[in-house]
Design a protein around this ligand. Structure first.
Ligand code: GLU
Length: 485
């Protein structure tokens, strides 16, 4: 019987998760779900100077928000915990001590200045910089002398001569010559473990079968395999690796953390739906094999295979993400759309959340559903329905004061007053007959003035529906007020 697949997502949250992390998490999750395997979530927080509780909680929230549920990890627990590396320090210390005892690793007493001098000399001689093996085989006397000097030691892994090869599911056969993989640090002088030790130990102890992760970690793979060897793991129990292609910016430069548009928090604030983000990110480096671009989470799980992941870099395209987001918004039921819209309206202080306000928002949503690509556009569009001190935006004021506008507004007022059944059809019929047919005006001129007078802004939903929602009394009094400007 083949082994049950277990895939893990193991971020080091030194900031908010970014697009690259999320794409990795999504592929990990989709692969686990596709194969009926386990999705494990582990927090790699051994670098306590950079990983904070706030970022850890944000990472957990982000995965939840995206709908990427995990079977083992923080909050849900599991048989292989704890799932925060900071709670597993004794495990790493145990293995480091064992490696020293087996002579797979050794104490290194070189000071940072000495290491820098070695690197300097290597650079001058045009050699690849890396540890020169100085402390590999120290005598008892040399060790005693270093200790007397009060030098603190790091623990270094001994890389044997030769090389490491492994089969990457995306990249095929990979080979690393150990000439370019110098002995590396497992434990710092203060006793804290480094990533390479913790990640390898945990992937084995947590029985991870597949490591799908970003290409930036490719070069650390031979070091991790070296740790498996020192742990005495047999070859068939090594995880299988698959290194995902880079995500590049539109300009072909690497997407950078410093760029606001990389942070998932930014997309959330702008009003991108999690399903749109997942749908779009799934297409970065993968495709279902046909031209299909609109996928539900369920379809993604059904269709996702590592074999269809491309090895060449994927280019991030904001326009495509926006288009997918617009599609997902249009596909929402009005009740779901309302649930997404309300927090944006409340945060922008357009409404407080009272029942009558919510009812009006619900009536208004169908007329903007076709028109927006991000939820953050909603407050500006619906503000006119709720403002207490209505005022026309300064940049549009001329549209109601310019010559001709007053005639349009006066005539509109006269035609609208007698309407008893205040529907958008009745409003449209009255205004078309008078302003367009009788006065002979162009719709843009005629309706533009009425739009500004009643909604105060050029950014507003369709005019007649907007006026219906606003109500007869408010519509007429706003037109009358505009006539006095
Ligand atoms: N914790 C590592 C990082 O966030 C990733 C570990 C891995 O996927 O192997 O860079």
């Amino acid at each position: 019987m083949s082994k049950k697949i277990k895939v893990r997502f193991a971020p080091s949250p030194t900031g908010d998760l970014h697009v690259g992390n999320i794409r990795t998490a999504l592929f990990d999750w989709a692969y686990a779900r596709h194969t009926g395997g386990t999705f494990l979530f582990r927090i790699e927080d051994t670098d306590t100077t950079r990983v904070t509780d706030e970022y850890i909680n944000a990472a957990i929230d982000t995965l939840k928000w995206l709908g990427l549920d995990w079977d083992e990890g923080p909050e849900v627990g599991g048989d292989n915990g704890p799932y925060l590396q900071s709670q597993r320090l004794d495990i790493y210390a145990h293995w480091a001590a064992k490696f020293i005892e087996q002579k797979d690793a050794y104490h290194c007493y070189c000071s940072p200045e000495e290491l820098e001098a070695v690197r300097e000399a290597q650079r001058a001689a045009n050699q690849a910089p890396g540890y020169n093996g100085h402390c590999r085989d120290l005598t008892v006397e040399q060790i005693a002398a270093y200790k007397t000097q009060g030098r603190a030691a790091v623990v270094r892994m001994r890389m044997p001569d030769g090389g490491t090869t492994f089969n990457d599911l995306i990249r095929g056969e990979m080979a690393f010559d150990h000439k370019f993989v110098p002995d590396f640090v497992l434990v710092r002088a203060d006793g804290s473990p480094l990533y390479t030790l913790a990640v390898a130990v945990d992937d084995i102890l947590m029985k991870v079968t597949h490591v799908l992760r970003g290409e930036d970690l490719l070069s650390s793979t031979p070091r991790q395999i070296r740790v498996y060897q020192a742990m005495g793991v047999s070859l068939e129990d090594y995880p299988v690796f698959a290194h995902l292609p880079f995500v590049m910016g539109a300009d072909n430069a690497k997407l950078s953390k410093r760029n606001g548009e990389v942070s998932i928090a930014w997309y959330r604030d702008k009003g991108f739906l999690p399903e749109a983000i997942c749908n779009y990110l799934a297409l970065l480096g993968w495709s279902p094999g046909d031209d299909r671009e609109n996928l539900t989470m369920k379809e993604l799980c059904e269709l996702f295979t590592v074999e269809k992941v491309n090895s060449s870099p994927a280019r991030f395209d904001m326009k495509k993400l926006e288009a997918i987001n617009g599609d997902k918004i249009r596909a929402l039921t009005i009740d779901d759309f309302l649930t997404w819209a309300l927090p944006f309206l409340i945060k922008a202080q357009v409404i407080s959340g009272a029942e009558d306000e919510v009812a009006l928002v619900k009536r208004a949503l169908p007329i903007i559903q076709e028109r927006i690509i991000m939820l953050s556009e909603i407050p500006a569009m619906l503000k006119f329905l709720f403002v207490k001190d209505f005022a026309i935006e300064p940049e549009s004021l001329s549209k109601v004061t310019e010559s001709g506008a007053k005639d349009v507004l006066a005539r509109s007022l006269k035609e609208l007053e007698p309407i008893t059944d205040w529907t958008h059809e009745a409003i449209e019929a009255a205004l078309r007959a008078s302003l367009i047919e009788e006065m002979g005006l162009k719709p843009r001129i005629a309706f533009g003035a009425v739009r500004i007078a009643t909604t105060g802004s050029t950014i507003s939903p369709p005019l007649f529906e907007s006026m219906e929602l606003l109500g007869k009394a408010a519509s007429l009094s706003r037109i009358a007020a505009a006539l006095t400007l």
